[in-house]
Write a protein that binds this ligand. Structure first.
Ligand SMILES: *Cc1c(COP(=O)(O)O)cnc(C)c1O
Length: 370
């Protein structure tokens, strides 16, 4: 599904030098590269504060802790997402309120958000699934009207641009109160292990998140709040510093591959290609088809026999997972999510796909579904 080796080969000299430098200085924790990468990312995103941490799941948890959410508070998020988003809500004793997504674009359904707001609702967590932004303009308006926080889960959409109706642009994750991202190796900006970050334009929230990720510590050995230990390793920061310089080029390569797939599958009634969200660019963390009248299991097996991986993101809806089953989350409650989980198929998507490989994939997919 990804070709991290091919990507590494092209930046090997710089990455190796960066890693070696960390080893030479033995500044494994909070070394210079962490601050440098943080500053580079702030500049790239045009955001006041980036707070690096250990992974994307921690980023979401620290964000919710910093907002002072209390046990029993309700947090609205999408039912069609990776488990981490809803998991941290539950772990903190908050109530995850799942809402369905839009059938064509996979983003959270804003009408459903509004229908699910109660006196206990404190935050909305839109997920910029597969690489394009949810309807942030409407989500921010809803949040303002009901006095709610917005935490953007931007783990799959780092670098995507959102354009407001007045023409103003912002990077994904810098629109809500806090943005949370992941540097997991296969993400669009991936390191060589685990990593993550929070973004915010709010000085106070930045201070709190920094404190929480360092054991609730403001001054060494002075602990003002309960926190955790969540840091980005210096070695990972050194890798990310190099890769950030290539992020736009990586997005362009993904978009080019997506365009190739789009053209090959256009007008095939059995394959619905991904629909773009009007106000967002798409950085294609995944290229996800919706199958129509195709035996998905068989297709995956046949593709695998021809050396083509294809994955299902995500096979089981959150509300049907044992960990999330409850009175309010029952089978049948989220028809769009249920249909997507049954029909989606993601094709190989990465920065190293050449036309020959893409051609081979498309030819075989078309042959097998027709
Ligand atoms: C990857 C991912 C996360 C979690 O990131 P980790 O770094 O793996 O903890 C959260 N949300 C979404 C949507 C993701 O894709």
């Amino acid at each position: 599904m990804v070709d991290l080796k091919g990507q590494y080969e092209k930046i090997k000299t710089e990455v190796d030098a960066g890693i070696q430098e960390v080893i030479n200085t033995t500044a494994f924790i909070n070394g210079a590269a962490v601050k440098e990468f943080q500053a580079d990312l702030e500049k790239y995103l045009n955001v006041k504060h980036v707070i690096p941490c250990a992974n994307g799941t921690d980023a979401l948890q620290i964000a919710m802790m910093a907002l002072g959410l209390q046990r029993g508070d309700e947090v609205i998020t999408a039912s069609f997402t990776y488990v981490a988003t809803a998991e941290v809500i539950g772990l903190l004793g908050l109530t995850p309120v799942l809402v369905d997504v839009n059938p064509d674009t996979f983003d959270i359904d804003c009408d459903a958000i509004e229908r699910n707001i109660t006196a206990k609702t404190k935050a909305i967590v839109p997920v910029h699934l597969f690489g394009q932004c949810a309807n942030m303009e409407r989500i921010m308006a809803i949040a303002k009207k009901h006095n709610l926080f917005v935490i953007e889960d931007v783990a799959q959409a780092i670098g995507a641009d959102y354009t407001f109706s007045d023409g103003k642009k912002a990077k994904a994750g810098t629109i809500g109160h806090i943005g949370c991202t992941s540097f997991f190796p296969s993400k669009n900006l991936g390191c060589y292990g685990d990593g993550g970050a929070m973004y915010t334009n709010d000085d106070e929230l930045a201070k709190k998140m920094k404190m929480i990720s360092h054991h609730g510590q403001s001054v060494q050995y002075v602990h003002d709040v309960l926190g955790c230990n969540s840091r980005l390793d210096t070695i990972q920061a050194a890798v990310l510093k190099v890769k950030l310089k290539h992020l736009d080029e990586y997005a362009a390569a993904r978009q080019k591959a997506a365009a190739f797939y789009d053209t090959a599958f256009a007008n095939n009634p059995k394959l619905k290609t991904p629909v773009r969200i009007k106000n967002s660019t798409h950085v294609f963390h995944q290229y996800t088809l919706q199958l129509n009248g195709v035996d998905r299991t068989k297709l995956r097996e046949q593709l695998a026999e021809r050396g083509i991986p294809a994955m299902i993101y995500y096979p089981i809806p959150l509300h049907e997972q044992k960990a999330f089953r409850s009175e309010r989350n029952k089978k049948g409650d989220f028809p769009v999510t249920e249909k997507l989980c049954a029909n989606v198929l993601s094709l190989p998507m990465h920065t190293e796909l050449d036309e020959e490989t893409l051609g081979y994939i498309c030819k075989n997919v078309l042959e097998l579904v027709n």
